[in-house]
Design a protein around this ligand. Structure first.
Ligand SMILES: NC(=O)c1ccc[n+]([C@@H]2O[C@H](COP(=O)([O-])OP(=O)(O)OC[C@H]3O[C@@H](n4cnc5c(N)ncnc54)[C@H](OP(=O)(O)O)[C@@H]3O)[C@@H](O)[C@H]2O)c1
Length: 385
């Protein structure tokens, strides 16, 4: 039995991870569950999966959870609670599905305690990739991708020699505004942006998919996971989301991984790797799908993708700044404070104003992250007044 901790258990990836675990109870023991503030959902999960520990980032919410008579489960709180949970001796693997840079410290703490990581929280690698990958090497743990594109690449590369990898090709659905004009993009509403055509996901990643920032974050994530420079990572828009990504090898041969758009597949592969077990995911029926389409991404209408390539090229703390400013901008858009096209503007300004630190330590990364959030908040306050 593998002892599992799920960070972000109440979210889209977290709940699907619990679905996967429920389908193979003989393999996994849920040791810990952690979330932000969703007391009711976490309480239901605790009653069902009976973890030894559970934690909420919000201390008041954790106190409420603690008063619900959940015998057998110790309730922790704040970031300290998560750090304590991931380092327990009875934990073998930590699935990190927290949203945003909040996931950095728990990932690092788990690696330092020798735990394998199943990583959905791409922001961790975007903001702190150099530090995380150095820690993975140093502590000899496995970092298994959960993101469907990176799982696809990981699967395509099984048995391949690293030196034969010539190019990574990430597929993108194109989001809800794939065919929208710039004029339309100026006026899109939050609910339109939250209406993803192929994937049912949490709010932040859904907005990132609409701006194509999600694909930009994934380019940086792929760079760290597979050790490939940005020039060798392409993006192609594939609206059906059936091909999850491809690799081109030195001889020009291209390998792809296909499947229905269901995150339970890459989650299961990360948790059971290197085994392949039957799953409840619907089989792929290509004849019914009929045709698969591809087109180049339009970085004029979706500048976030190019901003991510730029940040990766500049290196150091620039990807940290890209990520932090994007998190603030997405939240401001969802709160109705800025328009859809203001998201790339705010990110571009943050990158332009940043004095980069090359080869940053974790402290310099966290400091850069905090400084950008402060600057963006000041800018948004001034805009309001
Ligand atoms: N959804 C997908 O299909 C998908 C696919 C690929 C990659 N990902 C990545 O996976 C991550 C999670 O995405 P999601 O769509 O599952 O997001 P989501 O539905 O918004 O869920 C986020 C989870 O994080 C928890 N959380 C928020 N702040 C926290 C904190 N400070 N400490 C502990 N937990 C915290 C939330 O708890 P509360 O519920 O209490 O707020 C919730 O459980 C993101 O990095 C995303 O890019 C998602």
């Amino acid at each position: 039995m593998l002892g599992v901790v799920i960070l972000g258990s109440t979210g889209s990836i977290g709940t699907q991870t619990l679905d996967v675990i429920m389908s193979m109870p003989e393999r996994f023991q849920v040791v810990g569950l952690a979330a932000g503030s969703n007391v009711d959902r976490l309480e239901r999960q605790i009653r069902e999966f009976k973890p030894t520990v559970a934690s909420l980032a919000d201390t008041a919410a954790a106190n409420r959870l603690g008063s619900r008579g959940l015998e057998g489960t110790t309730i922790l709180s704040g970031q300290r609670g998560i750090l304590e949970m991931v380092q327990r001796d009875d934990v073998d693997i930590v699935l990190n599905a927290i949203v945003g840079a909040e996931g950095i410290r728990p990932t690092l703490a788990a690696i330092e305690a020798g735990k394998d990581i199943a990583l959905a929280n791409k922001e961790t690698l975007v903001a702190a990739g150099s530090v995380i990958m150095a820690a993975v090497d140093r502590y000899g743990v496995r970092l298994l991708p959960v993101d469907s594109e990176h799982s696809a690449i990981f699967q395509c590369l099984q048995g391949a020699n690293d030196k034969h990898l010539h190019k990574i090709i990430l597929t993108a659905s194109g989001g809800p505004f794939r065919q929208s004009s710039l004029e339309k993009l100026r006026q899109v509403s939050v609910s339109e942006a939250l209406n993803h055509p192929t994937w049912d996901m949490g709010g932040k990643i859904t907005i990132d998919s609409a701006t194509l920032m999600n694909k930009g974050l994934e380019v940086i994530e792929a760079h760290w996971l597979f050790g490939v420079p940005g020039e060798q990572i392409d993006v192609v828009v594939h609206p059906q989301s059936i091909i999850h990504s491809l690799v081109e090898l030195t001889d020009g041969s291209v390998l792809a991984q296909l499947g229905v758009a269901d995150m339970r597949l890459p989650i299961q592969y990360a948790l059971t790797y290197p085994e392949r077990l039957p799953s409840s995911v619907a089989p792929l029926d290509l004849a019914t799908i009929g045709k698969l389409e591809f087109e180049a991404p339009d970085t004029k209408r979706f500048p976030c993708l190019e901003l991510a390539y730029d940040a990766l090229k500049m290196g150091g703390t620039y990807p940290t700044v890209l990520n932090a400013s994007n998190e603030v901008a997405v939240e401001a858009f969802v709160n109705g404070e800025i328009g859809f096209l203001d998201i790339p503007r705010l990110v571009r300004d943050a990158l332009d104003n940043h004095q980069g630190v090359s080869s940053p330590s974790i402290h310099e990364i966290l400091a850069a992250d905090a400084a950008v959030r402060r600057d963006c908040a000041t800018y948004l306050r001034q805009r309001r007044s």
